[in-house]
Each structure stands twice: as structure tokens, then as C-alpha cells.
Design a protein around this ligand. Structure first.
Ligand SMILES: NC(=O)c1ccc[n+]([C@@H]2O[C@H](COP(=O)([O-])OP(=O)(O)OC[C@H]3O[C@@H](n4cnc5c(N)ncnc54)[C@H](OP(=O)(O)O)[C@@H]3O)[C@@H](O)[C@H]2O)c1
Length: 324
């Protein structure tokens, strides 16, 4: 089968197509004939050699796909050949076929084009795990989403809005700010401007209940200041740095919760738990169209290098996909 590989870590130009073996499936896995794979920041880090796949995972890039079930292991009864699915992977998505535990697949509703569904799994699992699984935010509370037009941000705004949470988000240009509002944010702040003062004014009475952050660094003390009493701050990345200064006095006075998580290295049983909750709680909203993947652009798999270059340029809003 065709797959995107790289012979040594480096820039996007190291990516090229190669012919490799179709993966063999374990008894609890399915084989997916891939229609499209979503790009993620983690793919860039892996290509550069900074983020190796967890033990046992495919060396091929790609953490999420959509496609048809092409085969199922002996223990799998939940899927049959031809089913339309999207799936969260620990690796191996940039290829014509991938193997994944059956418990990491979700159905693609008839209302959603199969290719577009490749933009759902990584964001859906991440947002669910960090905001709703052990609930961190509740209906009618306020939520600030940093990076509102990232793949994660576009899903977080829609999911929170659909579940009755009041959302604001940050983004880097007027078109992206408009997209945040279109997706359900009641306010959108430019992170190149006065976002901190604007966020403070948004919830001037008591502060913001929850912040979903991917920036860290110098944003951390400002987030601590923005939070309401019993506020919660959750981290999924730290673009501005992982080491921060924390004023414990403020944490104690406001009784704050500071947390965060990663997804890729979690054991399959935890991913299955997230998947089952997602199917019940959020998938009906994917089915009725109130949550949709926001697709910026698709590239044919032959142009994986161009797709990575485009991702790294940072002008996109929502997901970039490779079609197989
Ligand atoms: N922990 C986990 O489980 C997990 C899982 C998946 C992803 N992630 C992380 O989540 C993040 C989002 O990933 P992605 O692939 O969806 O998209 P991405 O391209 O990494 O998104 C980056 C986002 O950061 C925003 N941004 C950049 N500088 C900023 C600043 N100074 N202040 C506020 N926002 C700023 C960008 O906004 P503009 O485009 O407007 O410039 C963009 O929305 C990544 O860091 C990724 O590694 C974590």
C-alpha cells in the first residue's frame, strides 16, 4: 500500500510516498481503508524527530482518519465490512490502510461527507477528555478557548456552545475572530491585541469559570488572574513554554484547579471509555449538524510535504486533510 514516510527527521521535504506492507490486525482491531487523514501539530513534531510514536504504534505519521472498514479481528462484533467510520490512532494514518482497536472508531453519519470526518477524532477526544469527561465545565458557565480556530479550538467552541456553555475564544486575525463567533463564541479576542483586558471585561463581575489553554508560558499567570473563584485551568499544550511561575496564594484564595492532559500515550481502555461517552453525549450533535468539522483545505496524499508546509505557515483555520 502507499504510505507517507520520511527517511530521517527534518523539514516537510523529507516526506515522500513509499510502498509498505498493509498492517496486520490483532483480534480486537479493525482494518480501515483510509479516505482521508487529519494533520495535527504532533505530526510536525514527529517529523522533526521530537515526538516518537509510543511503543507498539506505527512509525507512519497520522493520528486520525476516516474511511471504510475493510476487515475486522476475531473479537470484533461492533463493525462490519463497508461501515463508514472515523478513528483515533496512535499512528499510521497517512496510509491507504491502517489498523486500530475497534473501540477507537466512531460512526460517520450519512449527513457528513466521509473525507470531512477525518477532521473529527483528535479534536473530539481531546476536547471531551479535557472539558467534559470528568466535567470541568458545566452549562451556563463561562469558558475561554485559546487558539479558537485551531482544530481543537473549532471543535471546543462548537461542543461547548452545543452543551449550553458560554464561550469566548482568541484568534490571530479578523477573519479567524469572525469564524470563532460563527461557531458559537459570544466574544472573540485578538491575541495580538488587548485580549487579556477584553477577557477580563467579558466576565467583569466574577471572572471566567474555565480556560482551555495551549499556550502556557507567560499566559499562565494571566490565566490565574482571569479565573473566577473555584475556576479551572486545563492545558493541552504549551507553545510559549512549559515552565511557569505559580502564585500559590492566588490558587488558595480562589480555590482554583490547574490541570492538563495528553491523549496519544493513554492506554486503549481509556480511549475506549472516552469514545463510548463521546458516542452518547456528543455524536447526536454531530449527527444533527450542530457540531461539524471545520475543514480549511484538503491535499492529495502525494502533496503531504506541501500540506505540512501549509500547516506550519499557520494561516489555516480549522483542519487540513490528506486524501488517499
Ligand atoms: N494534549 C492533548 O491531548 C492534545 C491533543 C491534540 C492537540 N493538542 C495540542 O493542541 C494544540 C492545537 O492543535 P491543532 O493541531 O488543532 O492546531 P495548531 O495549528 O497547533 O493550533 C495552534 C493555535 O494556536 C493559536 N495561537 C498561536 N499563538 C497564539 C497566542 N500567542 N495566543 C493565543 N493563541 C495562539 C493559533 O491561532 P492563529 O491560527 O489564530 O494564529 C492556532 O489556533 C496544539 O498545540 C497541539 O499540540 C494537544
Amino acid at each position: 500500500m502507499r504510505a507517507v514516510v520520511f527517511d530521517r527527521p527534518g523539514g516537510p521535504r523529507h516526506l515522500h510516498l513509499s510502498d509498505i506492507a498493509i498492517p496486520t490486525i490483532k483480534p480486537d482491531e479493525v482494518l480501515i481503508e483510509v479516505a482521508a487523514a487529519g494533520l495535527n501539530r504532533a505530526d510536525i513534531h514527529q517529523r522533526e524527530g521530537h515526538y516518537p510514536p509510543p511503543p507498539g504504534a506505527s512509525e507512519v505519521l497520522g493520528l486520525e482518519v476516516s474511511g471504510h472498514i475493510a476487515g475486522a479481528g476475531a473479537e470484533v462484533s461492533s463493525w462490519k465490512q463497508g461501515d463508514r467510520v472515523c478513528a483515533l490512532l496512535a499512528g499510521g494514518g497517512y496510509a491507504e490502510y491502517c489498523a486500530v482497536p475497534a473501540t477507537q472508531c466512531l460512526p460517520v453519519p450519512a449527513s457528513l461527507p466521509l473525507v470531512e470526518a477525518a477532521g473529527l477524532p483528535e479534536a473530539a477526544f481531546t476536547v471531551w477528555a479535557n472539558l467534559f469527561h470528568q466535567p470541568l465545565v458545566y452549562p451556563s458557565e463561562s469558558l475561554l478557548v485559546q487558539g479558537g480556530t485551531s482544530g481543537i479550538g473549532t471543535f471546543a467552541i462548537q461542543a461547548a456552545h452545543a452543551l449550553g456553555v458560554r464561550v469566548a475564544a482568541t484568534a490571530g486575525n479578523p477573519d479567524k475572530l469572525a469564524l470563532c463567533r460563527k461557531l458559537g463564541a459570544e466574544q472573540a479576542f485578538s491575541y495580538k491585541g488587548e485580549w487579556f483586558n477584553q477577557a477580563q471585561s467579558w466576565q467583569a463581575d466574577r471572572g471566567i469559570d474555565v480556560i482551555l489553554d495551549m499556550i502556557g508560558g507567560d499566559y499562565f499567570p494571566r490565566h490565574i488572574d482571569l479565573l473566577a473563584p473555584r475556576g479551572r485551568l486545563t492545558h493541552i499544550a504549551y507553545a510559549n513554554g512549559a515552565n511557569v511561575t505559580l502564585d500559590l496564594k492566588k490558587v488558595m484564595q480562589k480555590r482554583l484547579i490547574v490541570t492538563g492532559s495528553t491523549l496519544r500515550s493513554r492506554p486503549p481502555a481509556e480511549k475506549a471509555e472516552l469514545r463510548n461517552a463521546l458516542e452518547v453525549r456528543l455524536w447526536p450533535k454531530v449527527q444533527d449538524g450542530s457540531i461539524r468539522p471545520v475543514i480549511d483545505r484538503t491535499f492529495p496524499v502525494e502533496q503531504a510535504a506541501e500540506a505540512h508546509q501549509y500547516f506550519e505557515a499557520g494561516s489555516h483555520a480549522g483542519k487540513i486533510l490528506l486524501t488517499l
